[in-house]
Design a protein around this ligand. Sequence first.
Ligand code: ADP
Length: 417
Amino acid sequence: MILGAIADDLTGATDLALILSRNGMRVVQVIGVPASLDAIAQKADAVVVALKSRTIPADQAIATSLAAARALKAAGARQLFFKYCSTFDSTDSGNIGPVAAALMEEVGTDTTIVCPSFPENGRTVYKGHLFVFDQLISDSPMKDHPLTPMRDSDLVQVLSRQTDKPVHLIPHETVQQGHEAIVGALRPGLSIIDAITDHDLQTIGRAVADLPLITGGSAAAMGLPKVYRERGLVGALSPGAGFTAPHGRGVILAGSCSAMTRRQIIAAKKAGVSTLHLDALKIASGETTRETVVDFVEAQSAATPPLVYSSADPAVVAQAQAELGQMRAGEIVEDLLAGVATRLAAQGFTRIISAGGETSGAVVAALGISALQIGPEIDPGVPWVAALDSERPLCLALKSGNFGSEDFFIKAWGMLA
Ligand code: ADP
């Protein structure tokens, strides 16, 4: 393992994992702090530990981040990356500064960078000020974020209120002069670094490839794989490297009621996929059970995966919620789909496509999976992943509701052919 990353939330972890994987690194994403990463480290150039620490108190965020750092270091990580949001989500009592400072102590360094810039998503840093597209973040809707309102765009000021360590600025003029100029400008403490283009981030990547600790948004990692490759630390450029899909049967489980998922279901039907629609009320009454659904799936042709979906338009969902309660309606559908996934996996199914954020969370939790090898990207933000800690070989495509193009299900399956 070359890079060990600690991400402060799950989707941010996937974001970072994909940036590294797209650039040819073998990446494993781990959900929560693992007891040991030794076995996983054999199969990965980078391990991204997904925490849920963005908005928790600083002392707790430090504790969980240090535990992740120690597991990564123990498994051989040469360099650590602390990943936070490109909108620098934190308050004056926020934990980015305290966690960065604690990680510096942990790895024994007095120097790191702070680089939230993500130009592709409109986040840039200039003269130490964070912009969201054309606005300072303090003028953007982020100023009213319910948990982390960003009322000050000057990151030197924001970070200085969070940590006792010195906070500096490496201005864009220096970044433009190239990586050696950046290295020359690094001083003890936390250096906010201006970056307004991907080219800047590539230059920064080259400058910081030897720092024991880097902190930033996921895009701050984009320059690293190339440098690692030049040094012979990672193999040839092949996105999704390290992922292999097990042969076997598949199923598509959709619990998302989002507009895009419903369009994807229509597209799958048109393409001839066999489907089973689940009615939340029939699940509640016991008319539809895990067994009836599994029997349906088993009876279909093995050539293409059948689609089981509870997805429905808002009026149908509202009626189920009126009768069952909003929470219970969601839970019984999630429980059923997760139960179907575990039963099919136990019966030898090896490929599961799941639509819906909560639905996918329930499926992964029921399967008891916490380590995922990142595979090829199906649509932006959605890779195939292989479970590394399930009893049997299993790969999954986990899509949040509105992600993916209309032909997502067909495309995902086709990629494994
Ligand atoms: P998305 O990513 O689109 O938000 P989620 O899976 O996160 O999808 O959320 C969808 C929620 O709706 C889940 O809790 C799911 O169980 C619930 N749900 C799905 N189908 C129905 C239905 N027919 N009636 C009521 N709730 C449903």
